[in-house]
Design a protein around this ligand. Structure first.
Ligand code: SAH
Ligand code: SF4
Ligand code: F3S
Length: 570
């Protein structure tokens, strides 16, 4: 028998699939030379012989492959991670799956038997970086083949969004690639890698409607980090016209609350002090495994979606409530969010809990209503500005972050100026600024023209960055004299000072010294400590401070409401 995800197929069915070159099969698993393997493979008798054996998803039995082919244990894997935080979190899932199968990890290229590249497809330049990395890996693989030492041949696997976008075309274009695995097929990696042992290439790019890896306990690549990412949902249903993500990550689905809370608890036990809840659109989270009233999503006023309103299940506000209650000393962040899903319950719980960071990601993408309409964002400039005002009045002092794109199809100078004016008005604490990159398959690719010349895009991008830096400098200088609660991460590479982050995720640097501790003594700051730091200097992307005392989330905010927290002067 042969296992594809959770279904079991007979060899006859498989041959049938192959004969018809059925799309569903070719999209899911294409194994080069498989026809021959099936012909030479075992008969029905052998399958019946093993039919009483339990089906083990983790280690599928493939009778026509000899056991030593499946023995991939002790092979050393080198991870290369590109793209967004979802990819970082997915890498922890992949490592968990492979570790369980006996694979080892290395951070030294020369020791590696397998290179796994976690890829991104969001913009052309993200893919260019990966092609360059592949050039290097191809050379490495070739040198290993020619080497006189009898070392294992190197295998290269491409995982993630670019793998999903290009599918088998990747192997056609880059012959050095052995495995292509999309974001929903990581459970299948041990088998895909096993197949490469006999010189085959293997592709699994099947997208799933329900895969959330809820039962896979991620193993963090960086065990020393005081912060961790937790995926709470996968995929995206929004279909913004410029964006490839719905095509590479599939439909939106949420992971059950219970498994998320368990993971937060385990991380807290390991000493992690900050978790970031991840998804493409975390605030549309719905755990439908929990039975609740079939309430319809009430969108923020002035906002609409392209998909049918979702109903029932636990919502993002419920999740925030449960996650922030695990440990009051664990800081909670979340990203990415869509402005359409910020009901009062979400804003309320953020304002009430001192361990939920008061930084809202409200990606505007553009300041022009006409561009927003072409982008299919579902809101106007005015609706967005009303939401900003509402969020600021519900959570006084809240910080805001955004993503902005310049040079989208048909963007005029006047429309771009509206983006600049939105940035002037809103005073973002954090902004990710991009130049538009046309992606195949998207609605914009089919419907619009990528007609803003490259040099105009570059110029607009530069102007956005200039404005952002200037505004940040002013915002940051206003913090001089205030005291921030800083979670220490480690030392700054350049200066060797202690580096931590404040609630706005801004880097704060201070000199190492003996600091007043909770018990009245003095001790130095170490990663994972909360320190109250008085801000004495500011640049556009970093603050400098003087450490005052060791503290905790509860202690720091005990006597001050959120409104005063950034204004706390000691
Ligand atoms: N789901 C998240 C993140 C999506 S990707 C969100 O909606 O916020 C991160 C950012 O990349 C997007 O917010 C958008 O600003 C940018 N982006 C997406 N597609 C792009 C494209 N084709 N060209 C340039 N920037 C793009
Ligand atoms: Fe892309 Fe829009 Fe989904 Fe974000 S919300 S991932 S920008 S389609
Ligand atoms: Fe890139 Fe995929 Fe993230 S396209 S930005 S890695 S969701």
């Amino acid at each position: 028998m042969f296992f594809i995800k959770r279904k079991i197929y007979s060899t006859r069915q498989i041959s049938g699939f192959l004969a018809k070159s059925c799309r569903c099969f070719s999209d899911s698993v294409r194994l080069v030379n498989i026809k021959n393997k099936i012909k030479e493979g075992p008969g029905l008798k052998e399958f019946i012989e093993h039919s009483a054996e339990p089906v083990l998803l983790d280690r599928p039995r493939i009778p026509y492959l000899s056991n030593n082919i499946l023995d991939t244990s002790k092979r050393k894997v080198y991870f290369d991670v590109y793209g967004c935080q979802m990819n970082l979190s997915d890498t922890d899932i992949v490592w968990s799956i492979l570790k369980k199968e006996g694979f080892e990890k290395t951070e030294v290229e020369e020791e590696a038997d397998i290179f796994l590249v976690m890829t991104c497809a969001i913009r052309e330049n993200a893919e260019t970086k990966i092609w360059h990395r592949l050039d290097h890996l191809r050379g490495f693989k070739r040198r290993r083949e020619l080497s006189k030492n009898k070392l294992r041949p190197v295998k290269i696997g491409l995982l993630g969004c670019m793998a999903e976008r290009l599918k088998e075309k990747l192997i056609e274009k880059e012959k050095a690639v052995d495995v292509v695995a999309g974001p929903d097929s990581y459970r299948d990696l041990p088998r895909l890698l096993a197949l490469t042992e006999s010189g085959q290439t293997a592709v699994n790019v099947l997208l799933s409607l329900d895969e959330t890896y809820a039962d896979v306990v991620p193993v963090r690549l960086n065990q020393d980090s005081v912060s961790a990412f937790i995926s709470i949902m996968r995929g995206c249903d929004n279909m913004c016209t410029y964006c490839i993500v719905p095509f590479t990550r599939g439909r939106e689905r949420s992971r059950p609350v219970a498994s998320i809370v368990d993971e937060v608890r385990q991380l807290a036990d390991q000493g992690v002090k900050e978790v970031t809840l991840l998804g493409q659109n975390v605030n549309s989270y719905r755990d439908i495994s929990e039975h609740t009233e079939k309430d319809e999503t009430k969108l923020t006023e002035g906002f609409k979606t392209v998909y049918k309103s979702k109903t029932g299940g636990l919502r993002f506000a419920d999740l925030l409530d449960k996650v922030s209650s695990v440990n009051p000393e664990m800081r909670i962040r979340f990203t990415a969010a869509h402005p359409k899903d910020f009901p009062d319950e979400v804003l309320q719980i953020i304002s009430e809990r001192s361990n939920i960071c008061k930084l809202l990601h409200l990606p505007a993408q553009s300041g022009s209503s006409a561009v927003l309409q072409r982008m299919r964002r579902g809101y106007t400039r005015d609706a967005y500005l009303s939401l900003v005002e509402h969020a600021r009045s519900t959570i006084p002092g809240v910080g805001l972050s955004t993503d902005m794109i310049c040079g989208f199809c048909g963007e005029t100078e006047e429309e771009f100026q509206e983006t600049l004016s939105l940035m002037e008005i809103v005073d973002y604490n954090v902004a990710f600024l991009f130049s538009y990159s046309m992606r195949e398959k998207t609605t914009a690719y089919r419907r619009y023209k990528d007609d803003v010349p490259e040099e105009v895009k570059r110029d607009r991008h530069y102007r956005m960055i200039e404005l952002y830096r200037r505004k940040c400098q002013i915002l940051n200088e206003a913090e001089i004299g205030n005291t921030h609660l800083v979670l220490v991460e480690g030392s700054a590479k350049k200066t060797g000072q202690i580096m931590g982050r404040n609630e706005m995720y801004l880097k704060v640097l201070f000199d190492q010294s003996e600091i007043l501790s909770e018990d009245g003594g003095r001790r130095k700051a170490k990663p994972g400590d909360y320190v109250a730091v008085k801000i004495v200097g500011a640049r556009s992307s970093v603050l400098n401070g003087v450490p005052l005392f060791h503290s905790s989330v509860r202690e720091f905010y005990r006597d001050v409401g959120w409104g005063e927290r950034t204004k706390l002067r000691v």
